[in-house]
Design a protein around this ligand. Structure first.
Ligand SMILES: *Cc1c(COP(=O)(O)O)cnc(C)c1O
Length: 244
């Protein structure tokens, strides 16, 4: 067994244990929580190792890198590997992202809705022999104070309207909300805010129950606040390689 495979295996085991312990403390079932391994900056060979170790959900945050890996690893789709796009979305890239992403967590403005819908429908046209699966979409909610620099995500007041647009868009399936807690602070107030936005989205579509929250540093607090999907990179794969 390669050293890299061994390291990744240990990382996975540790994170799965953390998830199970946090779930148990909160009286939740471990299988209510989906681990998405965020593979940004790591090579396609690591994604292959992850798939081999049983991971079926991987996340990326940059369009070009994600598109390249999804293409190179197209064979893994047949085994059920799913690509989650979790990064900031440029309007002019949104349709392209929806052509390979199975889930897009970072929908934060209405301008993206028609573009994502178009990309999803184009993909359906390109893969006529595959059953059409709508692209899962989540509203990214800003958990930073208003006016904070680099604030990503929709203002909590705009979440309901954005969710309604997504719920009505062809080729997309509204799934829930996503949030990133502010760095270097107690994440719990942010995760409580996200839970409130999740309730607003559920009132648009009762089936939209996903709460994508929690990363390497704060997955326990996210699970305690109701996260259904955690997005974990470094704790599984180690420190990210320096940006090329
Ligand atoms: C990179 C990233 C993660 C994973 O972060 P880690 O600290 O490596 O676990 C999760 N969510 C988003 C949106 C990311 O960009």
């Amino acid at each position: 067994m390669s050293e890299r495979r061994e390291d990744i295996g240990h990382g996975l085991q540790t994170v799965r244990r953390r998830i199970a312990e946090a779930a148990a403390r909160t009286g939740r079932e471990t299988d209510e929580i989906t681990l998405i391994v965020v593979t940004k900056y790591f090579p396609a060979s690591d994604v292959r190792i992850l798939a081999d170790l049983g991971v079926r959900e991987v996340g990326e945050n940059k369009h070009q890198e994600a598109a390249q890996k999804a293409d190179e690893l197209a064979d893994l789709r047949a085994d059920g590997l799913r690509w989650h796009f979790v990064g900031g979305l440029q309007s002019n890239k949104a349709a392209a992202v929806a052509r390979y992403a199975d889930a897009v967590h970072s929908v934060d403005r209405t301008k993206l809705v028609d573009r994502l819908s178009r990309g999803a429908l184009e993909r359906a046209g390109q893969e006529p022999d595959r059953p059409f699966d709508p692209v899962d979409v989540l509203v990214q909610v800003s958990l930073d104070p208003p006016g904070a620099e680099g604030r990503a995500g929709a203002d909590p007041r705009d979440v309901g309207a954005l969710a309604e647009r997504l719920a009505g868009a062809e080729g997309l399936r509204l799934r829930g909300v996503m949030g990133v807690a502010p760095h270097g602070e107690d994440p719990r107030p942010a995760f409580r805010q996200l839970a409130a936005s999740a309730a607003a989205v559920c009132s648009v579509d009762p089936g939209a129950t996903w709460i994508s929250a929690g990363m390497s540093a704060d997955l326990e607090q996210a699970i305690e606040a109701g996260a259904t999907h955690v997005r974990v990179g470094a704790a599984v794969l180690g420190p990210r390689p320096r940006i090329k």
